[in-house]
Design a protein around this ligand. Structure first.
Ligand SMILES: Nc1ncnc2c1ncn2[C@@H]1O[C@H](COP(=O)(O)OP(=O)(O)OP(=O)(O)O)[C@@H](O)[C@H]1O
Length: 259
């Protein structure tokens, strides 16, 4: 077995706040192998975002260990191990889509020609190559979110961290983006961590589903998906899909009852 890309071992994080300590992560242990698509699902406040932020070295755990590609999250961050897609597309309105995508590359000091080449390639991947010269307000919400994914892919990091990227979109657009994301993942083989509140989204996309519960935030179930890699949208009506969704729902319910 190759070493996992991400390994959390008895991870703990307590925030000290004005109202006393908040135990955001408790005893979280998880291995993520290369190329996996792992969804984190759980009620608000169970620590999903906090876990992603620890992986991205944006939060410091207060206990346990966490490695990314065998190094500390900080070292992995410096080695540009990941791209991050947030809940809101977060595009700069005064920059075109192309200029938004090249911004991190500019900051990292990539030469102009390479910036342009990479920008073209990732916009093609998310089927926005015709929109490089448009401004964010000229695109729909779903297209903006695709542009934000392109930006995260631009420096070709092996790990993609996605924090509820489709939460604000209507169901039809979300379905389409789920399909596109799955095909993008199959083509790029990026190790992906994906936060969601949607059971169907988690089951449709993932090779592994991590169910979490709040107070304190902990893992209550880890489900290795039995679904095939090839997943047309109507797989959601199959008994196999519904069985996984049922197990997630049960895990969420038990977590809530225990909290
Ligand atoms: N910087 C911080 N300082 C203090 N408390 C924090 C901080 N960040 C998060 N928390 C608390 O930690 C807990 C976990 O928050 P987190 O954002 O990780 O949850 P989540 O599962 O992602 O929630 P949601 O689904 O609403 O995004 C919450 O109780 C939150 O209020």
């Amino acid at each position: 077995m190759p070493d996992p890309v991400i390994r959390a071992d008895h991870l703990d994080l307590t925030f000290q706040t004005g109202d006393g300590p908040v135990h955001a992560l408790s005893d979280v242990s998880l291995d993520v192998a290369e190329g996996e698509f792992v969804s984190f699902i759980g009620p608000s406040g169970c620590g999903k975002t906090t876990f992603l932020r620890c992986v991205a070295a944006l939060e410091q755990p207060t206990g346990g260990t966490l490695t990314v590609n065998g190094m500390s999250p900080d070292a992995a961050r410096q080695a540009r191990a990941y791209g991050y897609v947030f809940q809101a597309a977060g595009l700069y309105p005064w920059r075109t889509i192309g200029e938004n995508v090249t911004l991190p590359l500019e900051i990292m000091g990539y030469p102009r020609k390479e910036r342009q080449e990479r920008m073209r390639r990732v916009l093609e991947l998310v089927e926005l190559d015709q929109f490089a010269n448009k401004y964010p307000w000229q695109l729909s919400g779903g297209m903006q979110q695709r542009a934000s994914i392109a930006r995260a892919l631009a420096f070709d990091a092996p790990i993609l961290l996605m924090d509820e990227p489709f939460g604000a979109l209507d169901e039809i657009v979300r379905d389409r983006l789920n399909e596109e994301l799955l095909s993008l993942w199959a083509r790029t083989n990026k190790t992906t961590l994906f936060v969601t509140h949607s059971i169907p989204e988690a089951v449709y996309l993932s090779t592994k589903i991590v169910v979490m519960s709040p107070r304190p935030g902990r893992i209550t179930d880890v489900i290795d998906s039995p679904l095939p890699a090839e997943r047309p949208l109507d797989i959601r009506d199959t008994p196999e899909f519904l069985a996984v969704a049922h197990r997630v729902r049960e895990g969420l319910r038990e977590g809530m009852e225990a909290a």
